[in-house]
Design a binder for this molecule. Structure first.
Ligand code: ANZ
Ligand code: ZN
Length: 821
């Protein structure tokens, strides 16, 4: 036989797979359905090592479930709107679609070469009008429910990309995409009311526990940030109209510390600060606000920064004690959290203590925690303890005191119990071109008018290109006059289209639903089809989406559930975060010069060897360091496995039961282990087990039972099926070499004989009336019933017994059976 030639093998099978449509679900109800989904790619260039890793993992699951007999949906599509396309178009004087769809061609070819077992007949592109029509339609459903609304407020602004950003897109104070420090800008923007779903987003996580990585759940919980506490109202003396008092509410998680409040702080950038400042302090506040503007929220809250602030010339009256507290404006209090105002309790809050020490404000402990005096140490005491200096709260434990204090302010009408969330509404409008236009018309007479459903999609103009798309602080669409000026759908008068486009995270918040009925022209998705396929059984993607995409998708699903459009509330039952591919212990990057080109690896070692290396290197969720792995080694192993099939000489269908028991046992054990390891997500160990099996079979062929033994065939077939999850080309080639006509993709998982899994066997003696007539190899832990049955089923025994009547069978498992006939 000739040697293992991966290039020839890679050329041989793709057309066969396409003809057999092995990756398309049957969708006939004959099998239980499973849905495996990889987070769909952004077509930024060609496939890279990161894709290779992620998609190899998702493909193991899809291929495994197919072998197990499930009807598997494993679709793929493109997250094809977005900034990189627009920036490329500006640079090249092109339309973003040109760059996008050219990239898709390239990447698709690479995905197909990489043999991802995806159903390409369901391919979707979020930038196709057939898709974004439904993104717009969904926006309108949200709008009709009051879940999409516009408001003017300070928003995150990326000065480089010249567009607003959602809070989720600001990472450590910088633009998630380009790293430019984010500033604030007051703008009228569109929001989704995700805050209405904060409680459900939290509560429904219970069902994901154990199926999603714990750190992703923790990140979401933290992002949603539920805090229990109280609203307490303080009167700011003379800050109201005509010198009256003005009531200002604070949010506190520690109403028990009300007696310890020694000053009052409002966020410097909150409108409130400007409204309550005494006239003689207004100038100072204005100057301070200029200073604050330049800072990110992260900087503002950094604990190691010197505290800054200005006195506003006012006093707030503590509703519990009547005490007058000086009112300050500071940057460590954020305008858009809670009420933007706090009561400061320096003894028990470190930020307040730092501020008090900077400005020489009093510190009064109200909880005896046994720790040292914070006024002396500069360290706030935050532990458990007993209330002191707190009037009627004295002597209570912290938790009791919190309850009592809430009771007191509620009874006095100066406060109430309050749950607060860190989560903000999702800012979804973008001042960029390459996205789904917001389907709203602004009419001077009618106001905000939804574009009627039958007029969807609101298509992007196709004549804007190059420089015309350059960021100008307003949407490039505003310059397309023909496009902007429309008749009002309500009154027919002159009106203007909304010129913003939607955040591309809107597109990806529902794409997994579209795959169930990708070509539906009458609906975003077909309820019946989503019933059949969804929720997604296994979702695979990077941890960088722990909050953004995953939180938004969960929110969308809940809204769609409330709208009666789907009948489940969580989109992804299980989530796998694959690790990263590193090189030399570091993430691959241009600046480090440690990038590895996937195409070159595939050319040199072959697709299967690269895939096998990805899977073998580590558990799926761990990083792979390409400097530590050996695609050569993988290739050698694949050649070894492939040669086994070449060597087998028994015919297909030969009965393995008559073959070598040692080989059989090794094969059945390996298949059984593989199944358990796959179910547990330990794909790398499956490869290791397959390597062991290959060694056993090699030995058997060369110096054991030989290539004609049917147990050898059985074992090599098992190798092919297990390998088909990781190395589809090699496995398919082996399968056909072994004489099969169909595809190994749907060969079916080898059936495991439990009797062959037991390593410890003993020889049981079968006697008839005390005389030894047969010996059986049986598992050491065989049950009496099973041993009795085996003995009575033995050919030898049946022959000896003839038609003699069996009077009694005495069984002493595992060693003896005595038949009295
Ligand atoms: C008095 C107090 C005493 C507080 C004490 C804490 C400890 P979480 O848990 O994050 O919800 N706070 C409220 N609004 C704020 C804002 N806009 N910017 C900065 N800080 C703000 O935190 C709630 C606590 O953070 C609140 O409870 C408030 O300080 C502060 F011993 O009130 B606390
Ligand atoms: Zn109108």
């Amino acid at each position: 036989s000739t040697g293992y030639d991966f290039r020839a093998i890679e050329a041989a099978w793709p057309s066969f797979w396409a003809e057999q449509k092995v990756y398309e679900p049957l969708d006939d109800g004959s099998r239980e359905r499973r849905y495996v989904l990889d987070m769909f790619p952004y077509p930024s260039g060609d496939l890279h090592m990161g894709h290779a890793e992620a998609f190899a993992m998702g493909d193991v699951v899809a291929r495994y479930w197919r072998q197990r007999g499930y009807d598997v949906l494993h679709p793929i599509g493109w997250d094809s709107f977005g900034l990189p396309a627009e920036n490329a178009a500006i640079k090249r004087d092109a339309h973003p679609a040109e760059w996008t769809y050219a990239n898709i061609e390239t990447q698709k070819a690479s995905f197909q070469r990489y043999a991802i077992s995806a159903d390409w007949s369901r391919e979707i592109h979020t930038s196709d009008p057939e898709y974004y029509r439904w993104t717009q339609w969904l926006f309108l459903q949200f709008h009709a429910k009051g879940l999409a609304y516009r408001k003017n407020s300070p928003v995150n602004w990326c000065p480089k990309d010249q567009t607003v950003l959602a809070n989720e897109q600001v990472v450590n104070g910088a633009c998630e995409r380009c790293g430019t420090p984010v500033t604030k800008k007051a703008l009228n923007q569109w929001y989704f009311k995700i805050t209405d779903y904060a409680d459900r987003l939290l509560d429904d996580m219970a069902a994901l526990e154990g199926h999603w990585p714990e750190r992703v759940l923790a990140m979401q919980r933290n992002w949603i940030g539920r805090s229990e506490g109280a609203h307490v109202r303080f009167a700011i003396e003379g800050a109201g109209e005509d010198g009256a008092d003005r009531e200002v509410t604070v949010f506190t998680t520690r109403p028990d510390t009300l007696h310890g409040a020694t000053f009052f702080v409002v966020a410097a950038d909150a409108e409130l600060a400007g409204e309550i400042v005494a006239p003689e302090h207004a100038e100072e506040l204005a100057a301070y606000r200029e200073q604050v503007k330049a800072l990110s929220d992260i900087e503002r809250q950094a604990t190691d920064r010197q505290k800054t602030g200005v006195f506003l010339g006012r006093h707030a009256v503590n509703p519990l004690t009547g005490e007058k507290l000086p009112v300050w404006a500071a940057d460590y209090v954020l305008a858009d959290y809670g009420t933007g105002a706090i009561m400061a309790v320096p003894a028990h809050d470190q930020r307040d203590l730092d501020f008090a020490r900077t400005f020489d404000l009093p510190v009064r402990a109200v909880l005896d925690t046994g720790e040292e005096d914070p006024a002396v140490t500069g360290i706030a005491t935050t532990g458990e303890g007993t209330l002191i200096n707190s009037g009627e709260l004295d002597g209570l434990e912290k938790a009791q005191a919190i309850e009592r204090a809430i009771g007191i302010v509620e009874a006095a009408g100066t406060g109430n119990r309050q749950v607060n969330f860190r989560l903000r509404d999702w800012l979804l409008s973008r001042q960029r071109f390459w996205g789904a236009p917001i389907p709203i018309v602004h009419c001077p007479a009618c106001g905000e008018v939804p574009v009627p459903e039958e007029q969807l999609p609101v298509r992007l103009p196709d004549d804007l290109r190059g420089e015309q798309l350059a960021p100008k602080g307003r949407s490039p669409l505003a310059a397309a006059e023909d496009w902007v000026n429309v008749e009002c759908p309500a009154c027919g008068g002159p009106a203007l289209r909304d010129t913003d486009t939607m955040d591309t995270f809107v597109d990806s918040s529902w794409y997994y639903l579209r795959f169930a009925s990708p070509n539906d022209e009458n609906a975003a998705f077909d309820l019946e089809q989503t019933r059949k396929w969804l929720p997604v059984d296994q979702y695979v993607g990077g941890v960088e989406h722990a909050i953004l995409h995953l939180l938004y998708s969960r929110f969308f699903t809940k809204v769609l559930f409330d709208l009666g459009l789907v009948d489940f509330t969580e989109p992804f039952k299980a989530l796998l975060n694959q690790g990263q591919v590193l090189n030399g212990g570091k993430a691959m990057s241009k600046s480090l010069g440690n990038g590895v080109d996937l195409g070159e690896q595939l050319d040199e070692f072959g697709v299967d060897a690269v895939r096998l290396t990805m899977v073998f290197a580590s558990p799926p969720e761990d990083d792979v360091d390409w400097a530590d792995v050996s695609p050569q080694g993988s290739q050698k192993f694949l050649a070894r496995a492939w040669r086994l099939a070449q060597d087998v000489t028994s015919a297909p269908g030969a009965d393995p039961a008559s073959g070598d028991q040692g080989v059989r046992r090794a094969a059945h054990r390996a298949v059984d282990d593989a199944a358990q390891l796959l179910d547990a997500g330990k794909f790398n160990v499956v490869v290791a087990k397959t390597m062991e099996l290959v060694n056993v079979v090699r030995k058997a062929i060369d110096s054991g039972c030989g290539p004609a033994d049917p147990a050898v065939r059985e074992a090599v077939e098992a190798v092919a099926v297990v390998l088909s999850l990781v190395a589809p080309y090699t496995a398919e080639d082996m399968w056909h070499t072994l004489g099969h006509e169909g595809s190994v993709v749907v060969a079916g998982w080898p059936e495991v004989d439990p009797a062959l899994l037991v390593d410890d066997t003993v020889t049981a003696v079968v006697q008839i009336k005390g005389k030894v007539r047969d010996r059986l190899e049986v598992p050491a832990d065989i049950a009496e019933d099973a041993l009795r049955e085996l003995a009575l089923a033995s050919e030898t025994i049946r022959r000896q017994l003839g038609d003699a009547e069996i009077r009694k069978v005495i069984v002493r498992a595992p060693k003896l059976v005595n038949i009295v006939a």
